[in-house]
Write a protein that binds this ligand. Structure first.
Ligand SMILES: Cc1ncc(COP(=O)(O)O)c(C=O)c1O
Length: 424
């Protein structure tokens, strides 16, 4: 094939009789010539034949399909830039309702000054691109609160810097947050037979005097404490801006012991009355499953604002078990004043003024509207039926398939292949 004949094919020619199908497709160089839309579409579509059908994708557990009415809403709203609240005010109202509905489900404490449509006094959460953006927004809020809480405290060493504490089975987005936002990272190691973070795991870390902790070399280096610095009886907990718990881990679907972790933090706080350690729950997968499975479970997995007082923020992937197309997550906070005001932007240059708490600015509205559609179209009873089927199928697979039987070695293999989320 050569690029010598660059005359575009005509729509009168049969599609595979056009010259574009006998020369290299444009790869590295932005082409000078135009081509028929049908030609470009067919070239791209044929190349995409290498991808598997989304329904065959068992790897990222994102939803792959929606019903016709959901699809219609998506197609109708493809041109809408979500951030332009002045031009598309009702889309923003619907996004607020999503936060409100899910926040209410998880126990968010709303102010009587606010309504699902209009938040005058508080910021309860944001619809995001996915759970990664949601986790990052929550952690930014925790970092800021830690800084505000500790500014000027005589108890503090001026070199103190915040860390998040979580376990090695968290998703890459936690590590990314640490690197991109320059925050220290402490991980409880997971090992064979121990695939969830427990209350005693966290107690062991936060109660340890810094100097006696296995993390001391890392802490000392990150905070750049001088060699002469002696933290005395100060504990590792002093530097923890948030404990990150996962409900529904990426590796094996297990859940950290959020309630027990909260109780251990309470004990630590009794000894450190001026301090506090909030919990963020990464409910990317579990957020749309546990509320339903808990209804009949003999030992419900407690994780939300109503269940665990220390939980201050929760993220959930609506594009996973919330059943929208990819591109929709959510972060919600315990109340409308949790996010420090200086992180919420007042934007005035898109024709009106509005507040914004997102990492991205422009983004599509389609999947946000699809999310609202799903919530009202399916209601809890619809989701309950889907989750019941998923659980029945998962249980059947586990009992039927040899490969799933040894859960422990499955998890071990996954951890060996992804030991520390390191970028290449
Ligand atoms: C527990 C957990 N947290 C966060 C994420 C990141 O989610 P997203 O892909 O929506 O950014 C995932 C993705 O699989 C996950 O499993």
């Amino acid at each position: 094939m050569t690029n010598s004949k660059l005359t575009p094919g005509s729509s009168l020619d049969p599609i595979y009789g056009r010259p574009e199908f006998a020369r290299d497709i444009p790869r590295g160089t932005f082409p000078e010539e135009s081509m028929e839309g049908e030609t470009a579409y067919t070239l791209i579509n044929d190349e995409l034949g290498r991808d598997i059908a989304p329904k065959m994708n068992m790897a990222s557990f994102l939803n792959t399909t929606m019903d016709t009415w959901g699809k219609n809403l998506v197609i109708d709203s493809l041109g809408k830039n979500f951030i332009d609240h002045e031009e598309y005010p009702q889309t923003n109202v619907l996004a607020n309702r999503i936060c409100w509905m899910i926040g209410e489900w998880y126990g968010t404490e709303f102010s009587s000054d606010d309504t699902p449509d209009l938040w005058k006094s508080g910021m309860y959460g944001s619809v995001t691109i996915g759970s990664s953006e949601a986790v990052m927004l929550a952690l930014v809020a925790h970092r800021e609160r830690w800084k505000i809480r500790n500014a000027g405290s005589s108890y503090r060493n001026p070199n103190d810097r915040p860390f998040f504490l979580t376990s090695t089975h968290v998703h890459t987005c936690w590590d990314k947050f640490g690197r991109y936002y320059d925050v220290g990272q402490l991980y409880v190691p997971m090992k064979e037979g121990h695939w969830k973070m427990t209350g005693s795991d966290v107690a062991e870390v936060i109660n340890k005097p810094m100097k006696d902790s296995v993390y001391w070399p890392q802490i000392k280096e990150w905070c750049k404490y001088p060699d002469s610095y002696d933290p005395g009886t100060r504990t590792v907990g002093d530097l923890i801006m948030v404990v990150g718990c996962v409900v529904g881990t990426t590796y094996g679907g297990l859940s950290d012991e959020v309630e027990e972790i909260g109780l251990e933090i309470d004990k630590w706080q009794e000894k450190h009355p001026s301090e506090s350690i909030p919990i963020h729950v990464d409910a990317a997968s579990g957020g749309f499953i546990l509320p339903f499975t808990n209804e009949t479970a003999s030992q419900p997995v407690k994780f939300n604002f109503s269940d665990v007082p220390n939980v201050q923020s929760i993220n959930v992937s609506i594009h996973k078990f919330g059943n929208t197309y990819p591109g929709c997550g959510l972060v919600v906070f315990r109340n409308g004043s949790y996010v420090p005001r200086d992180l919420i932007y007042d934007i005035s240059y898109l024709g009106g003024s509005f507040t914004d708490f997102t990492v991205n600015f422009s983004r599509g509205s389609a999947v946000i509207l699809a999310a609202y559609y799903n919530l009202i179209r399916m209601g809890k009873s619809g989701y309950r039926k889907i989750i019941a089927n998923c659980m029945a199928n998962a249980t059947e697979l586990i009992t039927r398939d040899e490969a799933f039987k040894d859960n422990d070695s499955q998890l071990k293999i996954l951890h060996i292949h992804a030991p520390a989320h390191n970028p290449l």
